[in-house]
Design a protein around this ligand. Structure first.
Ligand SMILES: Nc1nc2c(ncn2[C@@H]2O[C@H](COP(=O)(O)OP(=O)(O)OP(=O)(O)O)[C@@H](O)[C@H]2O)c(=O)[nH]1
Ligand SMILES: [Mg+2]
Length: 249
């Protein structure tokens, strides 16, 4: 293996204001990791901007997605990319500074003895920084709701700050994935816990995005309400035959 053992993926859609500083911090907090932007053709030019900024940085690259835009699809393309290139593990983080890169060393240390490490707001030491009460309650409720219906014992099943082993990625990619957005996060951790893989939680303090606009939609919230019921009531299906990967460089 000629590259680092770990791949950090950052799904991006209009994160030009955040990406320079964030990638630089990740490269320094995780010296054994490569960084991949999974960009959905951001109209603000996130991809070419980052490529120019990190030209000559061998640990950085961009995957430019084709086809319909979507956060879940972007995660899946990032997972396939990591599997095909033989990375031992993958970390996924939001590209808006909600997920503090200084937590990477602890997350990677925990990954030595677990298949999945969840950066958790709801375990001892975890917290939410600057959210208004309404959003705090929504997030708390979402997690209680998910664990009540699915029976999963993960404190923060909707956190997008995670580290997966190859074994965990195989589990996620081996099933037909039905969700987008937050529901995708719930669906994947459910498949992993169903397979009996070890899940650890490491506390994080989640803060609101630093720059740029939110993309959360009504559709995504509605999907999250239905997903735990689908997981509980519908049979699990194998993944469909392989679809081609997005073009990367
Ligand atoms: N590739 C890709 N990335 C996306 C898409 N939608 C959101 N993202 C990225 O996914 C991460 C999480 O999205 P956010 O917009 O921060 O969603 P959120 O955290 O629920 O909402 P706010 O932080 O309040 O804006 C960020 O890095 C986004 O740039 C998408 O359709 N495609
Ligand atoms: Mg965000």
């Amino acid at each position: 293996m000629s590259h680092s053992p770990t791949l950090v993926i950052l799904p991006t859609y209009n994160e030009r204001e955040n990406v320079g500083d964030l990638v630089a911090q990740i490269l320094s907090y995780a010296p054994d990791a490569d960084v991949l932007l999974v960009d959905d053709n951001s109209p603000d030019g996130t991809a070419p901007y980052a490529e120019e900024l990190f030209a000559g940085e061998g640990r950085f690259s961009v995957l430019r997605r084709k086809g319909p835009r979507g956060l879940g699809r972007s995660y899946v393309d990032g997972y396939r990319h990591a599997m095909e290139r033989g990375y031992a593990r993958l970390v996924q983080m939001d590209a808006d500074f909600s997920h503090d890169p200084s937590r990477l060393p602890d997350i990677l240390a925990a990954a030595r003895t677990a298949d999945v490490v969840v950066g958790s707001r709801y375990c001892p030491g975890g917290a939410v920084g600057n959210w208004p009460l309404r959003r705090r309650l929504l997030s708390r409720f979402a997690n209680s709701y998910v664990s009540a219906i699915t029976g999963m014992k993960v404190g923060d099943a909707t956190s997008g700050y995670r580290c997966y082993s190859r074994r965990a990625l195989e589990q996620v990619l081996g099933n037909r994935i039905v969700a987008e957005g937050y529901a995708f996060l719930v669906e994947s951790i459910y498949r992993i816990s169903e397979a009996g893989l070890k899940i650890a939680e490491v506390p994080i303090v989640f803060v609101d995005r630093r720059e740029g606009k939110s993309k959360i939609s009504r559709k995504v919230i509605f999907e999250s309400v239905l997903m735990p019921w689908k997981l509980r009531l519908l049979p699990r299906l194998p993944a469909p035959a392989d679809t081609p990967l997005a073009q990367d460089n």
